[in-house]
Design a protein around this ligand. Structure first.
Ligand code: NAD
Length: 447
């Protein structure tokens, strides 16, 4: 009650349904909206851990939503207008941190949802960052290298006063890579001449190793996922060195997960991406497939496996099914087809609420994204620390530190599952929210 008086906010009446928070914030609920779905999950978990009412409403909306429009000179001499976003959800634990996506379907509410997940992820793996996310609505596959560079430089110039090496630090995501992060850092350095040049490197992570990047960052999300599987699968009676798996998406996360699991002895039976789906019961060599994807642009026409339909792909029996492409791909019909013991989320929010419910009903163990794909942001944190100190770590040091963060996060989530008697997704949110609640209780709310 003292808290409600101090903040001038509605007193907590526990337990409150997420509906009440939605109503209070005048959010017109749409069950198909990814942001609303994500907030609902966070609010449900907030109630389980007993987060105070004002903390719930802070987390139910991003702190800042930035939308920019900027013109770019195209190769044929005309100008196109691009739309970009940066959403800063919460910085209770440290500077905002989150990737930049280049994709034709980029839209504000999805970016808001992904920013919320970043807040949760950073808290769960205990890196001292908050959560943000950004994107530019464009199709990088149709842009030339020069156009991609100009889009990046104009986007950075449009948001340069809203980000900073100690305030909001972007990183790669779908459709962006180390090269784009190098353009990002270079542009920011030009835009902020009063800042120390070396220090501006920290404006972005996921840079090339040759210029301020960390060893192990490129594979970090896949490596983190493998560390989580190593920690979790023995509890489910699955031997990682003999297991079978399928992947949707063979980009950064998918291809590294495939390669690292195969190196441990696991067999990759099937892969799907935006070009098609392939299957080989004898196992697909991820190294050969990665070479093919670089040349051909996708998994289609890979000669060492047979092409299968989407329906056949989902029905292939495997121990572990790993979505590593886009959000909301696993709808109810796809979830009914999946023939796996474990669903390990490399991608953020890969299933719809309906798909999620069906997987759960069918007894598939879901290992949630905020746990499974937190390796990327963890090594991004390492990169930021290395840039700050100008001392660079070996690949072995990075892997060892990453393993510690991932294993501890998995154990935290397992402890929360036991404590609150909930599924792993809810437990992972609970473990993240406990820390955020503790910090807010200590810091209070300014003024
Ligand atoms: P990426 O751009 O490297 O790869 C994306 C993959 O998705 C490609 O293989 C593409 O073919 C596939 N894809 C796109 N549309 C598809 C469709 N309709 N059907 C099937 N496949 C399709 O992206 P990424 O960096 O590997 O990111 C993948 C997921 O992992 C995203 O959800 C992203 O937010 C998440 N993630 C990435 C990182 C990271 O470090 N890159 C970190 C955490 C989470």
């Amino acid at each position: 009650m003292a808290d409600a008086v101090a903040t001038g906010m509605t007193p907590a009446t526990s337990p409150r349904l997420p509906d009440a928070v939605f109503k209070e914030l005048e959010i017109v609920r749409d069950p198909t909206n990814l942001f609303h779905q994500t907030i609902e999950q966070v609010l449900m978990a907030s109630q389980i851990v007993g987060l105070r009412h004002h903390q719930q409403i802070i987390l139910a909306q991003p702190a800042n939503e930035i939308m920019v429009h900027f013109p770019v000179l195209m190769d044929d001499g005309h100008h196109d207008l691009f739309k970009g976003y940066r959403v800063q959800h919460n910085n209770a634990l440290g500077p905002y941190k989150g990737g930049i996506r280049y994709h034709p379907d980029v839209q504000l509410d999805d970016i808001k949802a992904l920013a919320v997940l970043m807040t949760m992820k950073c808290s769960l793996v205990r890196v001292p960052f908050g959560g943000s996310k950004g994107g530019v609505k464009c199709d990088p596959r149709t842009l030339s290298n020069n156009e991609l560079m100009r889009v990046t430089r104009r986007f950075v110039s449009a948001i340069s006063n809203q980000i900073g090496p100690d305030y909001d630090i972007p990183a790669p995501d779908v459709g962006t890579n180390a090269r784009i992060m190098a353009w990002f850092a270079d542009t920011y350095a030009q835009m902020q001449p009063e800042r120390d040049r070396q220090d501006t490197l920290r404006i972005v992570t996921g840079k090339p190793v040759e210029w301020g990047g960390s060893q192990g960052r490129e594979k970090a999300t896949g490596q983190g996922l493998v560390y989580i599987l190593k920690e979790m699968l023995p509890d489910m009676g699955i031997d990682i060195s003999r297991m079978t798996f399928s992947l949707i998406g063979f980009g950064n996360v998918g291809s590294w997960t495939g390669r690292l699991l195969a190196a441990l002895g696991a067999k990759m039976l099937a892969v799907a991406d935006h070009t098609g789906a392939i299957h080989n019961d004898g196992g697909i060599d991820p190294e050969l497939l990665a070479e093919h994807v670089i040349e051909a642009g996708g998994v289609n026409d890979f000669t060492e496996a047979e092409a299968v339909t989407t329906e056949q792909f989902y029905g292939i029996p495997v121990d572990v099914f790993i979505p590593a492409a886009l959000e909301q791909m696993i709808t109810e019909d796809k979830a009914r087809l999946i023939n796996a013991k474990v669903f390990a989320e490399g991608a953020n929010a890969p299933s719809t609420p309906g798909g999620d419910a069906i997987l759960t009903q069918r007894g598939v163990e879901i290992l949630p994204a905020i746990l499974c794909n937190a390796g990327g942001v963890t090594v991004s944190y390492f990169e930021w620390v290395q840039n700050k100190s100008s001392v660079y770590w070996t690949a072995e040091e990075v892997d060892e530190r990453l393993n510690t963060h991932m294993v501890q996060a998995a154990r935290r989530a397992k402890a929360a599952r036991k404590k609150y008697d909930v599924d792993m997704r809810t437990a992972s949110f609970c473990a993240a929210l406990e820390q955020i609640g503790d910090v807010y209780n200590l810091r209070g709310v300014f003024p």
